[in-house]
Design a protein around this ligand. Structure first.
Ligand SMILES: Cc1cc2nc3c(=O)[nH]c(=O)nc-3n(C[C@H](O)[C@H](O)[C@H](O)COP(=O)(O)OP(=O)(O)OC[C@H]3O[C@@H](n4cnc5c(N)ncnc54)[C@H](O)[C@@H]3O)c2cc1C
Length: 415
């Protein structure tokens, strides 16, 4: 694969862009692979990438029912942060955030990582206490965050209204190296690198069945025929329950629609990410100038990839009281994704009752930020057959043992 570089852009400009190669191949499936990953979202593709990069395992297929990155990976609001409370979470979220810092160079693909800083607003006394506690925990974990007062919030984000009608802004948890990245580019960058290593990314190929023998997976039934595999990774976010059902086990996961929207583009007016958990909305400005708005999950389980109408009103109300200037803007688009939620709001990276089948799910409303860390940990699990330090706390056993990783505050708002 030819490298992308300033020289390549100049060369292609000279020959009317006729020399660019396809970023990834679209092969027909082989009869058998060492590893099949179901789901070409960010987590599935990152898993494949680190299997190749860290373990030299490249006889891998990533099988996708739609188009790669067309699930939650291409539908999220791209917030990246690692200011979680529990040590287990901080470890994997900070690993992921640090991998984002060098991802463009590692993949030779511009993922537009923008560490512009993230503020989680404190709008009640209990939020002040909660965020001060998280800042102390983060400092012990080596994650750079600090609690800031309302004036500092205003300094960092001049368009904010501090004395909103329902809840004033009292302060916030500030992570200066949090930020955003271009979500499609993350999927495309991993796909290109995987394809370059000789892996097959097979799109428009739904997995419809999982065959088993003597407690092990033998292959998958797909829209393009039967494919044998030595190991299987299930990485399908909101569809995890269906795939687990095909494999004959159950998961402690619920699937719910979560939605987001963007306004018309305007001139740059905000260079931080703001999350307002009490009124429930979050906001950043994209590089195109659109104000990117995220809201909450529906109050009932569903697979609509749309989100219910009343949430639009709630989210817009929350954002307008925090940023009154938004009331003048037109809404351009609204969309939804199916998020997979666990009871403790932490992910599952685990072995399953089938010896050679592994699952990665439960990232819920906040798994874009963990794509590289999760892929790294899942690749370790698939390669070794056992979890290493990053994944070990996130196994399915914790639901039997009551060993929860409670992130309901850090993940309480969708993001
Ligand atoms: C509106 C919204 C906003 C969000 N905002 C943020 C945010 O700001 N920050 C953040 O960190 N996270 C955010 N998230 C969460 C984040 O998007 C997800 O946690 C993450 O993208 C999950 O990635 P994934 O690769 O596991 O899943 P996906 O990207 O959904 O990929 C799973 C893939 O599996 C495929 N698949 C499913 N079933 C099958 C089958 N039977 N056969 C073959 N393929 C199959 C799907 O088509 C899909 O492409 C948000 C999510 C939504 C919906």
């Amino acid at each position: 694969m030819k490298r992308y570089s300033a020289f390549a852009i100049a060369r292609e400009a000279m020959r009317h862009h006729t020399g660019w190669e396809r970023a990834w191949k679209s092969p027909e499936p082989k009869k058998e692979y060492d590893v099949i990953i179901i789901g070409a979202g960010g987590h599935g593709l990152a898993t494949a990438f680190y299997l190749g990069k860290n373990f030299g395992i490249t006889n891998v297929a990533v099988i996708e029912k739609g188009w790669l990155g067309g699930g939650n990976t291409g539908r999220n609001t791209t917030i990246i942060r690692s200011n979680y409370l529990q040590d287990e979470s901080a470890a994997i979220f900070e690993k992921a955030r640090s991998l984002y810092e060098t991802m463009s160079q590692d993949l030779n693909y511009n993922v537009m990582f923008s560490p512009r800083g993230v503020i989680m607003l404190a709008q009640t006394e209990s939020e002040i206490r909660g965020y001060q506690r998280t800042a102390h925990a983060n400092n012990l974990q080596g994650v750079a965050t600090q609690y800031i007062d309302a004036q500092k919030v205003k300094e960092l984000c001049p368009i904010i209204e501090l004395s909103g009608p329902r809840y004033p802004v009292l302060g916030g948890l500030w992570q200066p190296r949090g930020g955003t990245a271009r979500h499609d580019a993350v999927a495309w960058g991993y796909a290109r690198a995987c394809s370059d290593m000789g892996m097959d990314i097979i799109q428009q190929c739904e997995v419809t069945g999982i065959t088993r023998k003597n407690g092990k997976v033998t292959g998958v039934e797909t829209a393009k025929g039967y494919i044998k595999t030595k190991k299987l990774g299930i990485v399908v976010a909101g569809n995890s329950g269906h795939l687990a059902d095909m494999a004959g086990f159950r998961l402690p996961v619920e699937s719910i629609a979560l939605q987001a929207m963007v306004t018309e583009p305007i001139k740059p007016c905000m260079d931080v990410v703001i999350m307002a958990n009490t009124v429930h909305g979050y906001l950043s400005q994209s590089d195109k100038g659109e104000m990117v708005i995220g809201g909450g999950t529906d109050a009932f389980n569903n697979y609509t990839q749309r989100g219910s109408f009343h949430h639009i009103e709630e989210t817009v109300r929350a954002l307008i009281e925090t940023f009154p200037m938004l009331s003048r803007l037109k809404m351009l688009r609204q969309w939804g994704g199916i998020v997979d939620m666990t009871g403790d709001r932490s992910a599952i990276i685990s072995k399953t009752p089938l010896g050679n089948c592994f699952i990665n799910c439960g990232w819920g409303t906040g798994g874009f930020k963990t794509i590289p860390g999760s892929g790294w940990a899942m690749a370790e699990l698939i390669a070794d057959g056992e979890p290493r330090a990053l994944a070990a706390p996130f196994t399915l056993d914790r639901f039997k043992e009551g060993r929860f990783i409670d992130e309901s505050v850090a993940a309480g708002v969708a993001h």
